[in-house]
Design a protein around this ligand. Structure first.
Ligand code: NAP
Length: 291
């Protein structure tokens, strides 16, 4: 029941109309009997300062931030947690109820860790390949550096962006990052790779992306861990190949739900328990939460 005490949380980004986050968060709000509502707002980049300050002045409890505003919001918050400070990107904001002071978090980091650890991935000493060098690649590489992975190979069609990531992470061991000029450069050593993460929209359910795979078709994925950030469709052609060849598959939907539960924890100080997360996955995969 919405009343004058209802807490407001908003997703901001552009586009957000097809986001699953309002359905996921409103499910958790109802499950934990919180007097709150989660809404989505789409607006132009030039309005980001006003939108952020408007949410603050109106006493919103918090925000989720998606593309393309994660870096802008990093500049707008009063304080940040360690991960968002290093990555320079914020996907969750909490406004202090009394002072309005805003703290920025990056729950993509926590969601990524949980998604891999749920599947029993062992970080130390492993070799990983990241495809892409945008926002999700940055949080992925940050985790890999923190988790003492042995080698991090990164390929992006615009190599310059990999160089930016290496510079940005110079204080946390970026010498482990090896930039690939092409994916062909690693083909002969692909057997050594333990984890592949697709951080591009290739495979996404739009236009020509859907039929594309971010890696060469001939690579064997047997015994690897393969995570695809893309969550629409729930199973991309990369993940279909990975599953068929006996890889451990981590879907973008798992990543999405896992980062969402950490955002919920930021706002309500409640970590949804294992059974509730399981139930949430079931609902998401059964399409009950999908448009
Ligand atoms: P981003 O910051 O815009 O970065 C996109 C990356 O993909 C860039 O490295 C870009 O390369 C590359 N790319 C785009 N189109 C490409 C193409 N046609 N061929 C080759 N590379 C291409 O986006 P992001 O936030 O990292 O998100 C990437 C994907 O992950 C999106 O599909 C997003 O929806 C998904 N995602 C999912 C979750 C989740 O929770 N499951 C979380 C975050 C993101 P250039 O640098 O050359 O442009």
């Amino acid at each position: 029941m919405i009343d004058t005490n209802t807490k407001v949380i908003a997703l901001i980004g552009n586009p957000v109309r097809h986001s699953l986050s309002p359905k996921i968060q409103n499910y958790l709000i109802s499950k934990y009997s919180k007097n709150a509502v989660y809404l989505a707002f789409e607006f132009q980049k030039k309005n980001i300062d006003e939108a952020f300050n408007g949410a603050k002045r109106l006493g919103f409890t918090g925000l989720n931030v998606t593309m393309p505003y994660k870096e802008e919001v990093f500049d707008l918050v009063d304080k940040t947690d360690r991960a968002s400070e290093v990555i320079k990107s914020v996907n969750t904001v909490k406004f202090n109820e009394k002072s309005g002071i805003s703290t920025g978090f990056n729950t993509d980091v926590d969601g990524f860790i949980k998604s891999l650890e749920d599947k029993k991935f062992s970080w130390a000493g492993s070799k990983c390949l990241v495809i892409g060098a945008g926002g999700s690649a940055k949080s992925t590489i940050y985790v890999m550096l923190k988790k003492k992975i042995k080698d991090i190979y990164v390929y992006n069609r615009t190599g310059e962006k990999v160089g930016n990531i290496i510079r940005n992470f110079k204080d946390i061991g970026s010498e482990k990052i090896k930039m690939l000029a092409s994916l062909g450069d690693i083909s002969s050593r692909i057997e050594e790779i333990d984890l592949i993460v697709n951080c591009t929209p290739i495979g996404m359910d739009i236009g020509s992306y859907k039929k594309l795979m971010p890696i060469p078709e001939e690579w064997s994925l047997k015994k690897k861990f393969v995570l695809d950030m893309v969550y629409k469709p729930a199973e991309t052609i990369l993940l279909k190949k990975a599953r068929k060849e006996g890889a451990v598959v981590i879907t973008g939907m798992e990543m999405l739900v896992n980062q969402a539960v950490f955002s919920f924890k930021v706002w309500f100080d409640i970590m949804p328990d294992k059974n509730d997360i399981k139930e949430l996955f079931k609902i998401v995969y059964n399409n009950k939460l999908i448009n």
